[in-house]
Design a protein around this ligand. Structure first.
Ligand code: ASP
Length: 405
């Protein structure tokens, strides 16, 4: 009998979860623990996985020239796709103007516990002042990556004996982490069932939300779809020589997990596994690009930030000048880089952009109610873009992929 593949198991779990959330709301406590445990298990492995994967990725690249070339390609891909995404959002939000005449009465009374991080602060904090304190914080991934890259790089700079020993050691740790990852991945259908059932059960005012915020949500989702189904596939096809359909199929499990968890970091283990085993990207490329991508390459988040800020401006009746819109584009890019790969991180970063263009921070309250739902879509796009990037970069390095066109 043909094996019932994981993504089908997940799809069945999703459907059952939605039904459970709607019809058996009162019994949600009996199943939500599965989601909690699954998320905890994924979060448990993020730090050791990122650390070992980046260090082994960099040492396997071997020399500064390789690291530099790959690093440059990766950054160019990440920045340019994020800018494409932002521009898509910018155009659509200016065409549809969902904020003009938006029903501000809907505003929930919310305690906004959001501090406005300044941009320079976010950037400075990339350099950890204590490596162990960032290692114990899933929200400080950028600092962990920064340290891991330096550590990996300097392994390539020490004498042969130590270099060999440390390279072998981190390769071994990474292999163990991947085995552990595969084990946790087996439970994905149960985890997703618990997570989604709980989320559905909590959304009792979904219809009301859709009515008041429908236009805004539609613009965000439409723009995300254009980026995910047109822009990225074109890049994958013509620059990466990859068949986008096959690549999408290869990534199904990871994309469904991104959708259900709203966290690129929590999805990272599955992203690595899908990109390597299904798409055929080498470990050398994936272990370098994907952990980096999960933290700094967030096309969906960048697009969302841009649409959200302009929506808020429209709702308050501000007309943003061309110059201010340019500021929105640039800060949306930086905010998406700075956002951690965890649920609702993008929402917090919006305060940076609001400050930059002089809009009231309370504006965040307007979009809070639907943020969780949109988070699912933007996180999926974030992970999809990471995976396309890995494939494009692998092809450019001469690899022949399983998903090649
Ligand atoms: N949840 C998103 C992610 O993990 C970040 C965001 O809130 O936009 O990719």
């Amino acid at each position: 009998m043909k094996k019932f593949e994981l993504h089908w198991q997940i799809l069945v779990a999703l459907v059952l979860a939605i039904l459970f959330g709607i019809f058996l709301k009162d019994y949600i406590g009996y199943v939500s623990w599965m989601g909690t445990i699954f998320l905890r298990a994924l979060k448990m492995i993020i730090i050791p996985l990122i650390l070992s994967s980046i260090i082994s990725g960099i040492t396997n690249l071997g020399n500064a020239e390789n690291i530099g070339r790959l690093g440059l390609k990766t950054i160019v891909y990440y920045i340019s796709t994020s800018i494409f995404a932002i521009l898509t959002g910018l155009v659509l939000v200016n065409i549809f103007k969902p904020g003009v005449g938006a029903n501000l009465n809907f505003q929930e009374i919310v305690e906004l516990d959001i501090e406005s991080n300044s941009l320079s602060d976010t950037l400075i904090k990339i350099i950890p002042d204590n490596i162990f304190s960032v290692l114990s914080n899933n929200g400080q991934m950028l600092s962990v990556i920064f340290f891991a890259m330096l550590f990996g790089f300097f392994i390539t700079r020490v004498g042969d004996k130590h270099k060999q020993m440390l390279t072998d050691f981190f390769n071994a740790v990474f292999e163990v982490m991947m085995k552990l990852t595969m084990f946790i991945i087996k439970f994905t259908p149960f985890g997703i069932f618990g997570l989604v059932a709980e989320k559905v059960a909590q959304q009792d005012d979904l219809i009301a939300l859709m009515q008041s915020m429908g236009m805004y949500m539609a613009v965000v989702i439409l723009a995300l779809s254009i980026h995910a189904f047109i822009t990225l596939p074109l890049l994958a096809r013509f620059i990466g020589k990859v068949n986008p359909r096959k690549h999408f199929a290869a990534m199904r499990t990871a994309l469904l997990t991104a959708f259900s968890t709203s966290s690129s970091s929590a999805t990272l283990p599955l992203t690595i596994q899908s990109v390597e085993d299904n798409a055929g990207v080498s470990n050398k490329i994936s272990s370098f690009t994907l952990p980096l991508g999960a933290t700094i390459n967030m096309d969906g988040t960048a697009l969302y930030e841009c649409v959200a800020v302009i929506f808020i401006a429209q709702a308050y009746g501000y007309d943003l000048s061309f110059g201010q819109q340019v500021v929105v584009v640039v800060t949306a890019l930086l905010a998406s880089i700075g956002a951690a790969g965890i649920p609702m991180a993008g929402l917090v970063m919006i305060t940076i952009i609001l400050t930059a263009v002089g809009l009231p921070l309370e504006g965040v309250g307007l979009i809070l109610a639907v943020d969780r739902i949109l988070d699912m879509f933007r996180t999926t796009v974030n992970v999809w873009s990471d995976s396309c990037g890995a494939a494009i970069i692998a092809t450019s390095e001469g690899e022949v992929l399983k998903v090649k066109a």
